[in-house]
Design a protein around this ligand. Structure first.
Ligand code: FPP
Length: 246
């Protein structure tokens, strides 16, 4: 473990990076308010952080990145903000898809398609189709995602299976939106809040949680690296006693 100097500056160990990083991108509203701007401007600037974090994760060789872009609870926001967030995803994909494709990013959506406008679903589906053969970073956009909803959807999928599988952690997990994906090793939540907010309730069972004080629109490569270093300082035991490093 490379630890340098008296103040124990911790360098990133490329061999012990998390395989799957999940992020709750919080603080867009506060970022805007601090600048006397409408909340939407925080979301718009947040898009630049999304670009920068995806690029860095790809460069580092992280395999999976899951971003919480819109929760099932976010429908409770004012209609204008909801519409803005929907349009922002469309704009984001329109603007970034070519570059994401060039970087080898494979996009997937985690969430329910219910209530999501057809136009939004259309651009998500196009992004999925265009990047489906890419071999780089697997980017999961959690959009209209709710952890409890996911569990209920999984129960329905499970009950419809014929022949009915034996109920086990793995047979159930294969019915979740995240079927086939490894669980996140690291959950980053920005803006200092210490909540899970209905995100990946099943999958985060043994994730290391790092809460960054930085508001999402200010969360760029440097803070990502700090969070990854924090992760590498943790000792992961998965409920056991033996010291197992990430
Ligand atoms: C939480 O901040 C953020 C959201 C509900 C939306 C996240 C969306 C983005 C980062 C925009 C771009 C993303 C993509 C993938 C296009 P908040 O509004 O709850 O902030 P607050 O807690 O300070 O009010």
């Amino acid at each position: 473990m490379p630890v340098k100097g008296q103040n124990r500056t911790f360098l990133l160990d490329a061999k012990r990076l998390p395989r799957h990083v999940a992020v709750i991108m919080d603080g867009n509203g506060r970022w805007a308010r601090k600048r006397g701007l409408p909340r939407m401007e925080g979301h718009r600037e947040g898009m630049n952080s999304v670009r920068s974090i995806i690029r860095k994760c790809g460069e580092l060789g992280i395999s999976y990145l899951t971003l919480y872009a819109f929760s099932t609870e976010n429908w409770k926001r004012p209609g204008r903000e909801v519409r803005f967030l929907m349009q922002l995803l469309i704009q984001y994909l329109k603007k970034e898809l070519t570059e994401l494709d060039r970087q080898g990013v494979r996009i997937a959506m985690l969430g329910s398609r219910e209530r999501v406008p057809t136009e939004v679903l259309g651009s998500i589906d196009q992004a999925l189709a265009q990047t489906k053969n890419n071999r780089g970073l697997k980017l999961n956009l959690a959009f209209n995602y709710g952890g409890r909803r996911e569990v209920l959807d999984a129960v329905e999928v499970f009950l419809k299976k014929r022949p009915r599988p034996v109920l086990s952690e793995s047979s159930f997990a294969s019915c979740l939106y995240t079927a086939g994906l490894p669980d996140p090793d690291l959950l980053i939540r920005t803006s200092g809040e210490m909540r899970i907010s209905n995100f990946l309730l099943w999958q985060l069972a043994y994730a290391e949680i790092v809460v960054s004080p930085v508001l999402w629109p200010d969360f760029r490569e440097r803070e990502l690296l700090r969070c990854l270093r924090e992760f590498q300082k943790r000792e992961r035991r998965f409920g056991g006693v033996k010291s197992v490093h990430a």
